[in-house]
Design a protein around this ligand. Structure first.
Ligand code: GUN
Ligand code: ZN
Length: 432
């Protein structure tokens, strides 16, 4: 007899492999009448209801309007940029100056940061997101506030102090050595504490001097298991300015590589303008790309050619991200729909199964937490979203004529809202 605290019964969906390599159908398990057994914070087993003998009083049942699936993972977003969402009418570098930097400047204030961090995490929970790669501001207070709040909720938060020592307002740049010292203290306090991980976060090469990148390199040498997050090849103006500042670099990616910052734990946002050489370099280093489709649309960036990248290097890990606040929504369905539109602009069509993978297990792989969360398997954390496929009037109506699971997910991508997240469990604890 299996020991478990409670079981969820209903339609259960989970990935077992990457649909980009094995094809959509071989990539997942789907149990029409399934059960998921949970003990403490972990999944004990998953399978067909008929294969288990369960105690009725320990079973929570969901009817056919619900899907039980792994919760979502957002591999790249900026928590201080809530106030920058919907900043009108600018390209990336101007948008940063006019909206993003102003928002981030407020996070020197620990009380402000604490209040905003709490709201941010509630927004993640509303949207069914239980793991994220998060940029804080350049102030250590912003990191402290986020980790403290995330720890309480057991969320898988990988986050870090943004490093900038030039080309930004005085209020958000600091001397390289100061950021280094502050980051050392944050790592000692928070890295690998519960579900929290520290991410070394040099914003992008425009705002980091060579001295700062050398310090980043030294820190990764000292802590080889640090996640590294930054941006790459987002728009042409940014790429031109970057290459001007690093005249000896062969490419944008080469700048990171010169400082040994391309590791299997590196997650780079965007990558819209990556060259073939850069794609090869990133794949060789096992680094990953966070695809930020709603952000690209909003800023008018050239959309990432996901299938082009996958075709050239199927081994390059890619995940989906909201990139709040240039991104326009934290809702995973909205981000998946934006990824679909981006794929159409390149004359491809991102399937709902592939989109879902990029926002669950693919994200876990990007953040190197795929041995812990992102799918249902024995020993994995019980991080579970229960989707109400009839959460809105529009969904309810449209679902009447849906004929299979792929269609159902695609309709969710097209019409879904945060309200589809009926329940959310993190480490076996119900948060929504
Ligand atoms: N590049 C450097 N910083 C940022 C940022 O905050 N948002 C986006 N979209 N791109 C960036
Ligand atoms: Zn970003």
């Amino acid at each position: 007899h299996t020991h478990y605290d409670f079981a969820l019964r209903g339609r259960i969906f989970t990935f077992r492999a990457n649909p980009f390599t094995v094809g959509d159908e071989a990539s997942y398990h789907y149990y029409e009448d399934g059960v998921l057994l949970i003990k403490l914070d972990k999944i004990v087993d998953v399978g067909s209801y008929q294969d288990f003998e369960l105690l009725e009083q320990k079973v929570i049942q969901f009817d056919k309007n619900y899907i039980i699936m792994p919760s979502f993972i957002d591999s790249h977003l900026h928590y201080p940029q809530w106030e920058a969402i919907g900043g009108f009418g600018e390209d990336l570098l101007q948008w940063l100056d006019k909206y993003a930097f102003k928002a981030e400047a407020k996070y020197h204030d620990i009380n402000y940061a604490k209040a905003q961090a709490k709201q941010f995490l509630l927004n993640l929970i509303d949207n069914g997101i239980t793991a994220a790669g998060v940029y804080c501001s350049s102030h250590p207070e912003s990191v402290e506030a986020l980790f403290e709040a995330a720890d309480e909720a057991n969320l898988h938060i990988t986050a870090g102090q943004v490093w900038m020592d030039r080309h930004a307002p005085k209020s958000i740049i600091r001397p390289a050595k100061q950021s280094y010292d502050e980051t050392l203290a944050l790592i000692e306090k928070w890295h690998n504490h519960g579900n929290l991980r520290y991410a070394l976060t040099p914003r992008f090469p425009i705002t980091s001097s060579e001295e700062q990148l050398e310090l980043a390199q030294a820190l990764v040498k000292k802590y080889p298991d640090l996640t590294i997050q930054s941006h790459i090849d987002e728009n042409s103006q940014e790429v031109a300015k970057t290459l001007e500042l690093f005249p000896k670099a062969k490419s944008y990616a080469d700048i990171f590589d010169q400082y040994n910052l391309l590791t299997p734990r590196t997650v780079l946002g965007h990558g819209n303008l990556l060259s073939e050489e850069e794609i090869n370099l990133l794949a060789d280093r096992k680094s990953s790309i966070a695809h930020c489709p709603s952000s690209n649309e909003f800023l008018g960036n050239t959309p990432l050619n996901l299938f082009g990248l996958q075709c050239q290097r199927p081994d390059l890990n890619i995940s989906l991200a909201s990139d709040i606040g240039a991104g326009t929504s934290l809702c995973p369905w909205h981000t998946m729909a934006a990824a679909y539109r981006a794929s159409r602009s390149h004359r491809h069509a991102l399937s709902p199964i592939k989109a879902l993978y990029l926002h669950t297990l693919g994200g876990a792989e990007s953040l190197s937490i795929d041995q812990i969360t992102g799918k249902f398997a024995p020993g994995y954390q019980a991080d579970i979203a229960i989707i109400n496929t009839h959460a809105t009037r529009a969904l309810s109506q449209r679902m009447q004529t849906v004929e299979n699971l792929d269609e159902e997910f695609f309709v969710l991508m097209t019409l879904g809202e945060a309200s589809t997240i009926d329940r959310l469990y993190v480490s076996g604890v119900k948060l929504k």
